[in-house]
Design a protein around this ligand. Structure first.
Ligand code: UD1
Length: 349
């Protein structure tokens, strides 16, 4: 059986790691296509190296652009790649422009399409990721959902027949990496700092909002290690906002094991990333999310994750007590990639 995985952005490389391993173990001919949506070494290469993912078989080198230009360039370039390989499955991940481009390219060629991390919804139609995931789910033949909540969203849209809950592949990779760090004694003692990432257009592109977020981080009750995404740096520079103010220490983005180690040793996480909210939850650290909603609603249980829309209210949340309620375990047991690959094999026509 031949599977083509299409990835392009940082969170997709993380999800690809356990899938690539499960494909190898199952003897699947697995072709990896990198669209080039993320191209900085710290946003791309380091994930392939640290997570021992095979180098991409095809690299499209599409790079940055407006949503239409970027998605369109990927769509045009994926078509001949898919035609040349004629895989049994095209597998797409998450909700980026790379996901949508590959989904459209696959269905236009009548190739079976599977969507990993299907059924997530923010119900916020302003988010590009929301369009990407809704359109991809409706195009796909097989919806590999991470949770029961995701299954219920797909059911509400009439997609039950194509849905199977396999668990969340991010549990697979997060716990494998955490256990490796602990075994190598590579986690520092807990220390009093926050890990922070901000990259969503809703937070970075309006200068007044970005200024308010930076002011709130600068005022935090402990040092804030701000792992600055290139979009954040570019927007801050453009608007003349000093990212290094007050409590903030600006750092380059981290690779995956370094990020897990940084979160494990921290007092908590401040973010607008979907993946990092869940990593904080899996690693037992409180998270404060600078958004009005989250796709990962399970993390809100017991106050482990708290949503803050108004940056002026961030300071109070960062001073809240550590949650005492035990976490629930809705994301599976770390075998999601193996389950996903089994589904692909069983359903290959
Ligand atoms: C994308 C995804 C988002 C995901 C995020 C993870 C979409 C619509 N969004 O957002 O869901 O959470 O990746 O990081 O697909 N840039 C660089 N170097 C890079 C990559 C980007 O400098 O390697 C800069 C460019 O100025 C670019 C900007 O960052 O224009 C935004 O990059 P883009 O891939 O368009 O979106 P992200 O914000 O990274």
């Amino acid at each position: 059986m031949k599977v083509i995985s299409v990835v392009g952005a940082r969170p997709q490389f993380v999800k690809l790691a356990p899938i690539a391993r499960a494909c190898k173990d199952a003897g699947i001919d697995h072709v990896i296509v990198h669209t080039g949506q993320h191209y900085d070494a710290a946003m791309s290469d380091v994930f392939f190296e640290d997570l021992t993912i095979p180098a991409p078989d095809v690299h499209l080198g599409v790079g940055s652009g407006t949503h239409g230009a970027q998605t369109g360039a990927m769509l045009a370039q994926l078509e001949p790649v898919f035609e040349a390989h004629r895989p049994d499955w095209v597998l797409v991940y998450g909700d980026t422009n790379s996901t949508l481009a590959a989904a459209v390219a696959a269905v236009k060629l009548h190739l079976p399409l599977a969507h990993l991390e299907a059924g997530l919804r923010s119900f916020n139609r302003r988010m590009p990721e929301e369009h990407n995931r809704v359109l991809t789910d409706h195009a796909a033949d097989l919806l590999l959902a991470p949770t029961e909540v995701a299954r219920s969203h797909l059911a509400a849209e009439g997609l039950s027949d194509r849905t199977v809950v396999v668990g969340d592949v991010m549990v697979d990779v997060c716990y494998t990496v955490r256990d490796g760090l602990v075994a190598r004694d590579a986690v520092s003692a807990e220390s009093d700092y926050f890990v922070a990432t901000i990259h969503r257009a809703d937070n970075t592109d309006d200068p007044e909002r970005l200024r308010a977020i930076v002011a709130a981080l600068a005022d935090a009750p402990a040092p804030v290690r701000l792992l600055a995404h290139p979009r954040l740096r570019a927007r801050a520079e453009h608007h003349g906002i000093d990212l290094g103010a007050g409590a903030i220490e600006v750092h380059a983005p981290l690779g995956y094991p370094d990020m897990v180690a940084a979160v494990l040793s921290s007092r908590g996480v401040i973010t607008d990333s979907g993946g990092l909210q869940k990593e904080a939850y899996l690693l037992d650290r409180p998270c404060t999310t600078l958004r009005t909603e989250t796709e990962w609603v399970e993390t809100l249980h017991g106050g482990w994750n708290v949503l803050v829309d108004d940056p002026a209210k961030l300071g109070r949340e960062l001073r809240r007590d550590v949650p005492t309620e035990p976490r629930i375990e809705p994301y599976g047991d770390g075998t999601a990639a193996v389950s996903a690959v089994k589904e692909l094999m069983v359903r290959a026509s």
